[in-house]
Each structure stands twice: as structure tokens, then as C-alpha cells.
Design a protein around this ligand. Sequence first.
Ligand code: KG4
Ligand code: ZN
Length: 349
Amino acid sequence: MPVDDTSRLIGGAAAGSDALVLGIETSCDETAAACVRGGGDVLSSVVSSQVDLHAKYGGVVPEIASRAHNELIIPVIARAMVEAGVDGQRIDAVAATTGPGLIGALLVGVSAAKALALTWDVPFVAVNHLEAHLYAALLEDPAIQLPMVVLLVSGGHTMLVLMEDHGRYRILGQTLDDAAGEAFDKVARFLGLGYPGGPAIDREAMTGDPEAIRFPRSMMDEGLDFSFSGLKTAVVNHVRANPDVSTPDVAASFQAAVVDVLVAKARRAAAETGATALAIGGGVAANSLLREQFLTACTDDGLHAFLPSRAMCTDNAAMIASAGWYRLRDDGPSPLSTGADPNLRLASH
Ligand code: KG4
Ligand code: ZN
């Protein structure tokens, strides 16, 4: 077979239910690799964060991210395999995030995954990063109850998704402007709390009063879409008008406003769709107040709560390997011609 036939499928044999998938994630500023058996048994999950490289710029610099992924990808994959106690001969498929994300960053992981799949003659599986965040919620709690509503809140996305079945999604609502994580990052930068902003505001809010300032809860009573840019502007205006205001109070009040809206809409989505389970995923799902209020809401509404550990909320490759396992089971291998797509959308398949 000619080596330049990039549209061919490789490793055609169907993967078994205990297939061992190597997952690779490089969509933004984390270089990650993980070995997961059977879609849910995490043998290893290695995440190398580039936060220190980007912190002095106050955000992710795409060119620096790509270069760092290039340097880190092989050592991170090697460590994931050593920690799992496996060599290439034991890997049944290689899954990588093909989008959405930064194009240069995505290409590093996608290229590495294809090269390894070719070398080991196993399937390559293209994984949508957003779909993987949905699967992260299920990784640690296999008692899946479908249909399930997932609140996906990350640095780039804020959406409510109805997961009707594996691979079957309906987007119920999404942000009309900033993502929730983006709002955390922008407000943290404005308050001088550094990058990444979410964890910084979470920490700062611990000593603040969430009722000190009544920030707006945009679109709280309207539908299932979100809007956070007005809230960000309200924070800026309030601090400019009150220069001596306590930063912990601003952080706590801002955080309370975001969480109130997220939880109210997630509950409404579950009620409107009749879903019996509610899950959260994405980096913002690591937020302490959101986690607390999410659990209270699920208890009050009699919903099964899927609350991933903090490490599973933020970007990691175990969720890529898990989503890859389901994708391989349901749709088979992806063609090697599948490219990286920075604007990939969440869609049923
Ligand atoms: O899912 P993720 O790791 O990457 C993307 O796919 O975007 O999400 C990153 C986002 C950032 O905006 C970060 O500030 C936010 O998640 N984040 C948090 C917390 N930890 C991370 N936001 C609020 N509270 C946190 N504890
Ligand atoms: Zn993410």
C-alpha cells in the first residue's frame, strides 16, 4: 500500500470492548496524553501545563503554545505509556483532539497521533474536544442515565447540551457573547489577579462577601442562552466608580452572579427536556461555588448529578481517549485525511 495514501483507514480490525486507547490533547495550552482501557478505566493521565509560559502575557500566545507542544508531546506521551505500564504493541487505537482549538497547537497532537497510529498499525480516531468534555463527566461515574443535560463551561464555550444517546447531541442554548471562562479570565485580569483567571477568582472569592455587590444576572429568566459581557462591563464600571472596593468582595459577587445564571439555566434545561441526569464539564466546572450549587440543585430537583473531579473538568487527555473509544465503537476509525479544524462544532454523528 502506498505510504502517501492518506485517506486510507488503518488498523481496520474492530476494537474490542476492552480496547486500550492512547488519547492525545493539544488544543490550547495543555499538552496531555492518557491511556484508557474500555472507555472508562484510566491507566494513566499526564497533563503538562504551559501556564507559566503564558502567564506573563496575560493569556495564551498561540505561537508559544505550538512550540511548547512540539517540545513536550513526545515526553508526555512516553510518560503516559510508562505510567500505564504499556508499550506500543499494547495500544489498540490512538485518539487525538482535531478541534476546536488553536490550529498550530492542534496540528502537533493530530500529527503525532497519526504518526503513531501508522507506526503501530492501529486505528486513528479524531475526537471533538467539546464532545470529550461531555464524556469527562461520565468517565468517573459509569451509571450513565440518558437523556442527560450537560452544562459545558470552558474558556472558549458555554453551552447546554442534551445528550440523547452516545454521539447524539442537541444544543439547547449557548452564550451570545463571552464564554463563562473568558469572563472569569477578563475580570481576573482587570482586578490584577493574574492568569488563568478562573482559579484566581475562585481563591480570592473565598474571603469575600458574595452579596456585597448585586451584579446583573443577564438573561436569567429568558430561555437557555447566556450572555456574560454585560456582567464584565458592570464589574469594570463598579470598580472604577468605587476604587476602594474590596477585591475579594468583587470577586465573590462576580462569581455568585455567574454561578446563579449557570445553575438556573441548567435546571431549567433539565426540567424542559425531562432529562433525569445533569452533568457539568469544562474548566469552569472546577469552580468551588458552581460545584456546590450544582450538587444542591440536583438534590433539590431529584436529578442524578455527574460532577467530575477537578482534574477531569480542565483539559486532559483521559477524556479524549474515552470519547475516542466510544467513537471507535460506534463509527469506526477516522480516515488519516481528517485534518485539524479550529472551528469544529459539536454535532451528532
Ligand atoms: O476546559 P478548559 O481547561 O479549556 C478550554 O477548553 O477552554 O477551561 C479553561 C477555562 C479558563 O477560562 C479558566 O479560567 C477556567 O476554565 N477555570 C475556572 C476554574 N478553573 C479553570 N473558572 C472558574 N473557577 C475555577 N476554579
Ligand atoms: Zn477544554
